[in-house]
Design a protein around this ligand. Structure first.
Ligand code: SF4
Ligand code: SF4
Length: 488
């Protein structure tokens, strides 16, 4: 009878495939992959790379499709502008995205890493392909790495790393395009570095980082640096679909020998699945942190199965329960609960998006001041007002005083026009006849109008002295005395 145990011991969990016993990094030379899944992945990657490189040029209603300007704290996602004032919406969107990733991982494992993560897409579909093209397949690469320096090695190394630098430069430009926007990037290209030293320095730093990541770090990013890979152990369960070795069918593994009578599993221990792995692991040891679900081992093993005339799928997308008990992928309570929470978050997000204000106003009484007595006998309070115009049009703004009875006079005396995508600030005096003041702190209601439309109703407080018949008329005192009286 075949063993249901994948391995007799778990020693592989104590050591890393790319580190030797002394802790020195072992360079991984993966075999050139080929097969059905690799073809699908190549087409999908071209589509993703096309979108990624075209992204900074794509606009919706004259706005970038995606802009993550952390310097000016302005974010545009699918043409929707998020300002610092929209932090709640942005946080909700990020929370939904994280939950979506968790749900997706529970159901389909780390398939994002192998198929859609920019790190893997660029590494496997651009940098690795250049390496195969210049240095050859894994055995030739090993030979070249071990060989003495000669003209051939210098030419190969020089051409490979020059291409790596050029690609890193292109990726860095794209990355910067998502941060500062394509128009700023064009200015850098047309005006030259001398006119934009800061941006040019950022471009060089990004290029160096990308070169270092793709030429040197490689799989270390997925294994040590990316938090998502390290967290996957928390998200997966026995029903998660992952790239898995069917140990029920494959064990006991071993080469088929003619006179052998012992019944063996379908795995002939050819190790092709190990040779193609870009993170250097043996999928037959079970689900491991290093596995990015790239499916290269599925293609490699399927090719072997065809040759030895066994059914494909010894390594395939499967859950542990699917391998052990034949259970099919389905919804369980945990997946359902995550789905409901995700749906609720998205509903709240879209509701808030649909009802959010495109112009936001903040009204504040100037701190540290109580009231002033004006030359015409009125009592005034000083206010500062701030407008955030999230639209892409200039907005003339008008204030209408609803309560109390009085007048509004702007300090700079000008009409307020808030420029598109910007913040406008102003200050004004609200003056009230002393006879209208019935309490020390009275409510203030001001409507903000623009182009004949009510935008917002603002509320604040008005401070002033209160008269009574028995009191001396405060109008005879100077403003300072009045202030002191009110304080008392
Ligand atoms: S084990 Fe297979 S799926 Fe996982 S990283 Fe290696 S080749 Fe890719
Ligand atoms: S490629 Fe398939 S047959 Fe070969 S070692 Fe891997 S699992 Fe076994």
């Amino acid at each position: 009878m075949k063993s249901a145990e994948p391995l007799a011991n778990d020693h592989y969990r104590d050591e890393l495939s790319n580190v030797d016993k002394k802790g020195k990094r072992l360079w991984i030379f993966p075999k050139k992959p080929k097969g059905k899944f690799y073809d699908y992945r190549t087409w999908f990657s071209w589509l993703l790379m096309g979108l990624m490189f075209a992204g900074p040029f794509m606009k919706l209603n004259d706005r970038p499709l995606l802009l993550l300007n952390v310097l000016e704290r302005k974010f545009i996602i699918f043409g929707m502008v998020f300002w610092p004032q929209d932090l709640n919406l942005f946080a909700l969107l990020m929370l939904s995205f994280i939950l979506f990733i968790i749900l997706f991982t529970i159901l389909f494992g780390r398939v994002w890493c192998g198929w859609a993560c920019p790190q893997t897409v660029f590494m496997e579909m651009l940098f690795r392909k250049i390496e195969f093209m210049i240095d050859g397949d894994y055995q030739q690469q090993k030979k070249l790495a071990d060989s003495e320096w000669n003209t051939n090695k210098i030419i190969k190394r020089f051409s490979k790393h020059t291409l790596f630098w050029i690609l890193s430069f292109v990726i860095a430009n794209t990355f910067l395009g998502y941060i500062i926007g394509i128009d700023e990037l064009k200015l850098l290209a047309f005006d030259g570095p001398q006119a934009h030293w800061g941006k040019f320095a950022s471009l060089l730093i990004f290029t160096t980082v990308f070169y270092f990541v793709f030429a040197k770090l490689r799989e270390l990013v997925c294994i040590f640096i990316c938090p998502y890979g390290r967290l996957q152990g928390l998200m997966l369960d026995k029903n998660s679909m992952v790239v898995a070795y069917d140990f029920v069918r494959g064990e006991p593994r071993g080469k088929i020998k003619k006179e052998e009578t012992q019944v063996k599993g379908d795995c002939i221990d050819c190790k092709l699945c190990v040779h193609v792995c870009p993170t250097g692991i043996d999928i037959r040891n079970g689900t491991q942190l290093e596995c990015i679900n790239c499916t290269a081992c599925i293609d490699a093993c399927d090719e072997v199965m065809v040759k030895i005339e066994k059914p494909k799928g010894l390594v395939r997308f499967a859950s542990v329960n699917n391998i052990e008990k034949g259970t099919k992928l389905g919804l369980n309570l945990r997946n359902g609960a995550y789905g409901v929470v995700l749906l609720a978050l998205l509903s709240v997000f879209f509701y808030l998006m649909a009802t959010r204000q495109l112009v936001e106003t903040t009204l504040l009484r100037t701190p540290g001041m109580l009231f002033q007595k004006q030359a015409d006998g009125t009592i005034s309070n000083l206010y500062s007002i701030e407008f955030v115009n999230k639209t892409f049009e200039e907005l003339p703004v008008e204030l209408k005083l609803i309560e109390p009875k009085g007048t509004i006079k702007f300090i700079d005396g000008s009409d307020i026009v808030v420029h598109k995508e910007s913040v406008g600030k102003s200050s004004f005096f609200l003056s009230v006849d002393p006879k209208e003041i019935k309490q020390i702190s009275s409510p203030v209601i001001i409507e903000v109008w623009s182009n004949g439309k009510l935008i917002e109703e603002m509320k604040s407080k008005f401070n002033g002295p209160v008269y009574s018949n028995s009191q001396e008329k405060l109008g005879d005192k100077d403003a300072n005395e009045a202030t002191e009286e009110t304080k008392k």
